[in-house]
Design a protein. Structure first.
Length: 219
């Protein structure tokens, strides 16, 4: 009995890093060298001063952050005969899945990298804005998320780049939360291609963020 061949490869879908899809700023170097980024750590402060009284000096403080270059790679072997004889776009598939592998490896370190011969991830450098109750195994309330939102400086909250980041299982928990006073859901579904939001800020799903647990940075 003859068999037929469907000339399209069915690719299964996997979890992908979400941080790279959040429009990050990309800095390119000429030869992979380290980039030194100057940053401020404090500003001058002013004070009410009487006439003919010396003004106390108050200088801003500066430091720098070093952004290193790291190499990520993947290699796949494919016989020339297979490439020539295949009935599907095998080269296109290999290119796509290699690109996905590179993005996921890099994206993982951008989120949870420990800065030991690898990038320092967002979770590694983030301070704790709000700690949930220890009596509920790390599960947070709607009030906890509101507290976390306002633990971030107003200037950063107002930035268009400000967003929530969590994994899908955490998102499922957040979608069930309601404000304690109004009873309204915190989660606002996006319409017409707009992103879903919490308290007006978009949500980025990334599988590398920790799940809800005690002492875990889950949001």
């Amino acid at each position: 009995v003859p068999t037929s061949f469907y000339g399209q490869l069915m690719e299964h879908i996997i979890e992908n890093s979400g941080v790279l899809a959040a429009n990050p700023t990309v800095l390119e170097t000429a030869a992979g060298e380290t980039i030194e980024v100057p940053v401020t750590t404090s500003f001058s402060t002013a004070a009410l001063v009487a006439e003919n009284v010396a003004i106390s000096e108050s200088d801003p403080a500066f430091t720098k952050r070093s952004l290193g270059a790291y190499k990520y790679g993947v290699i796949v072997q494919a016989p020339a005969e297979l490439i020539a004889d295949t009935g599907v776009d095998l080269e296109g598939f290999l290119a796509r899945q290699c690109g996905r592998a590179l993005g996921n490896a890099f994206g993982t370190d951008l989120v949870v990298g420990n800065a030991s011969s690898k990038p320092s991830g967002i979770v590694q450098t983030a301070t704790t804005g709000k700690t949930g109750s220890a009596s509920v195994a790390g599960a947070f309330s709607s009030d906890d998320l509101i507290d976390l939102y306002y633990s971030v400086g107003a200037g950063y909250r107002a930035s268009r780049s400000a967003a929530w980041m969590m994994k899908d299982s955490t998102i499922a928990a957040v979608r069930k939360l309601k404000e304690s006073t109004t009873g309204n859901y915190l989660w606002i579904p996006g319409l017409a291609g707009a992103p879903d939001t919490i308290l007006g800020k978009p949500v980025v799903s990334d599988p590398n963020v920790a799940a809800i647990a005690l002492s875990a940075k889950s949001v």
